[in-house]
Design a protein around this ligand. Sequence first.
Ligand code: FES
Length: 131
Amino acid sequence: MKRREFLKTACLATACILPACKSTVKYADAIQQGNKLVVDKSLFLANSIVTIAYNQHGIGITKLDDNTFAASLLTCTHQGCAVSVEENGFICPCHGARFNNVGQVTKGPAEENLTSFITSNNQQFVYVHLL
Ligand code: FES
């Protein structure tokens, strides 16, 4: 078993015991169904934030609890750079704006929150309702 596979397996095996082991981000594919993007809920067992492809920069989906998810467009509201996932939120590499895990501005120069999407979920999937 390669080192990366071992670490992934070890992290998954202990995810329920050691929340600190939880990965911050997972890049995943989403299926579009009408005006919704569909993401497998199991991705959130080992990841607190999952990013999916959408338009230019993608969407970050944050698990807030078992039945509550927030989805934010990963385009900075300052000058349109792609924001990256960081511990507990998002950061813009261009001028340093920061956003919390639901896309609210916590540090400028951005003055507006990330564009958010309504989400819903069932036992198996998270749905991001596109604007
Ligand atoms: S474009 Fe993001 S902080 Fe300026």
